[in-house]
Design a protein around this ligand. Structure first.
Ligand code: HEC
Ligand code: HEC
Length: 492
């Protein structure tokens, strides 16, 4: 396992979500009172400029409550060490199509180590796939892009429309319940972490993993998965050695499944990026260009107003709230999910869960750590280059006029769903275009792609997590790992 849990530090949670708004307005006003001197450079002008950037950025990060230490808080917040044996079992389950009742998918078919445990596809392909995980994956599409599962231990709300969340605002704290849409509702709140509860859901999703052969409710589908696990000698042994209460032949329950999956996810914390190292005092961890990009992000470009780092955002670069970002509506020609709207070519986002028309097109602010590992961007992978996604995001209303699906996979290149109703609801914070010079644009991209990248999460580092054989004896997926372009995050 590559992820290492380093020393443990305790963090306090003084800052609430509402104070984030206040914080960000202070940030936009700028803070450069820091008087520490930068590193000396041969050129005096350069030296002043880079020293200024370093001390400005220190001040900005401090004001935002960014410490660069969140990754180190995991075990303190769990209140115990990560259990390696349970995590190792979770890793097997993650990659074993045995847990998918259609026999052809599991978490790893969509959340792939080749892309930070996110997808290789713009829109997920679940059941009836061709066994490949990578650019050549084929099969009917679901509705959205699979987000990266790394760092989800720190997410207080899950999914593109935040439909699973911890009511306390803290995924480690179940005291106010874990809220899911029906039929689960609050019933999974007895589990100790939001991810343990979340793991109950994918095996019951028919288009993702369960398929249509076994009738019944979510409960019946979970029972069918448990029957498989309990009927398999290798899994019975693995569960019994991971969980003390299963030692004497008691049957595996879904709690054990959820705990194993979540434990594996706890090992997937990759929050040691240049910006973290910089915040912890390593002035040279970020390049000048990344620092300039970060200053734009936290300052004039206004990104941190939504991609927040303080308080309950756990330094994940998201407020974990919903906004309309005006993203083009990509509609696959071959899908096994019926899309929304009169043309069945839309995604209503939060409205799908709340039933409120006012929530139409609302999607959660994307957490941005390790975004450079993604092959596609936004909730439906409407963009396959970070530059294109960002250019659009800076001025959605004018970019929407020239957007095309030409860069996407063939089955996504058809006409898009309507854009006017989406743009009419564009978040007020995104209505005024952010004007950047070409140099500033490049700096911002540099910050996003490299300044937020934990290099331990690159494909070659995670490749070893794919099991060579599976407890079920089934053949695993065929992973296509990317050939890194020179200088890209996937290049070593
Ligand atoms: C068919 C592909 C597919 C499979 C299989 C799958 N997922 Fe996902 N996963 C997704 C998609 C798509 C989303 C986002 C869905 C949405 O927001 O509507 C998601 C979201 C998530 C999230 C929330 C991430 C975030 O940013 O909030 C977690 C955690 C997660 N999945 C874990 C799992 C686990 C654990 C399994 C296996 C038990 C699994 N997934 C199986 C496609 C998949
Ligand atoms: C009004 C809140 C808001 C502001 C301000 C904002 N964003 Fe976003 N951002 C979002 C939302 C919401 C999404 C997801 C939209 C979707 O997929 O439908 C997103 C998505 C992204 C993505 C794609 C990530 C992914 O996983 O695909 C990037 C990159 C990004 N934002 C960067 C920025 C930068 C850089 C700025 C500042 C110039 C910025 N954002 C300003 C709300 C915001």
């Amino acid at each position: 396992m590559t992820a290492t849990i380093r020393s443990i530090l305790v963090r306090t949670h003084a800052c609430t979500c509402s104070s984030l708004v206040l914080l960000s307005s202070i940030l936009v006003a700028g803070c450069s009172q820091d008087s520490s001197t930068g590193p000396s450079a041969p050129n005096a002008v350069m030296s002043r400029e880079s020293g200024g950037r370093t001390s400005d950025l220190r001040g900005v990060l401090r004001a935002a409550g960014f410490t660069g230490q969140v990754g180190l808080t995991l075990e303190a917040r769990l209140g115990r060490p990560v259990d390696r044996r349970v995590a190792e079992l979770g890793r097997m389950l993650w990659f074993d199509p045995f847990t998918g009742l259609n026999n052809d998918n599991s978490c790893g078919g969509c959340h792939s180590p080749s892309n930070g445990f996110g997808d290789t596809q713009s829109i997920a392909i679940g059941i009836d796939n061709n066994g490949i995980v990578g650019p050549d994956r084929g099969g009917p599409r679901n509705q959205r892009r699979t987000p990266m599962a790394i760092n989800t231990a720190f997410f207080p709300t899950l999914m593109w429309n935040s439909r699973f969340f911890s009511a306390s605002g803290d995924p480690f704290d179940n005291s106010r319940g874990f809220i899911f849409p029906p039929p689960e509702g609050k019933s999974l709140s007895y589990l100790s972490h939001l991810l343990q509860a979340q793991a109950f859901i994918p095996p019951t999703e028919r288009t993702e993993a369960a398929g249509f052969k076994i009738p019944g409710t979510s409960h019946d589908l979970r029972q069918a998965v448990l029957d498989r696990l309990n009927g398999n000698r290798a899994y019975r042994q693995l569960f019994a050695s991971a969980f003390a209460d299963l030692r004497h032949g008691r049957p595996i329950t879904f709690d054990h499944f959820g705990r194993a999956i979540a434990e594996f996810e706890f090992t997937l914390v990759f929050a040691n990026a240049p910006i973290d190292r910089f915040a912890r005092g390593e002035s040279e961890a970020m390049s000048q260009s990344q620092k300039a990009g970060a200053l734009l992000f936290f300052g004039r470009a206004g990104c941190v107003r939504c991609h927040a780092v303080g308080g309950q955002s756990n330094e994940m670069f998201s407020d974990f709230r919903q906004h309309v970002a005006g993203i083009p509506q990509v509609a696959p020609s071959h899908a096994n999910v019926i899309f929304d709207g009169p043309g069945a070519n839309e995604d209503f986002g939060l409205e799908q869960v709340s039933g409120r028309q006012a929530d139409r097109y609302l999607f959660r602010t994307s957490p941005l750590r390790n975004v450079g590992l993604q092959p596609a961007f936004m909730h439906n992978g409407a963009f396959v280059r970070l530059e294109d996604a960002l250019r659009y995001h800076l001025d959605a209303r004018s970019q929407a006029r020239t957007y095309t699906t030409a860069a996407l996979a063939t089955d996504l290149r058809g006409p898009t769903g309507p854009s006017a109703p989406v743009l009419n609801r564009l978040d007020p914070l995104l209505r005024r275009p952010v004007a950047l010079s070409e140099e500033e644009f490049t700096q911002l991209v540099d910050f996003l792609r490299y300044g937020l990248l934990d290099s331990d999460a690159r494909p070659n580092e995670l490749r070893g997590l794919v099991p060579t054989t599976l407890p079920s004896g089934l053949p695993g997926f065929r992973f296509q790992f990317p050939e890194g372009r020179r200088g890209s995050p996937t290049d070593r």
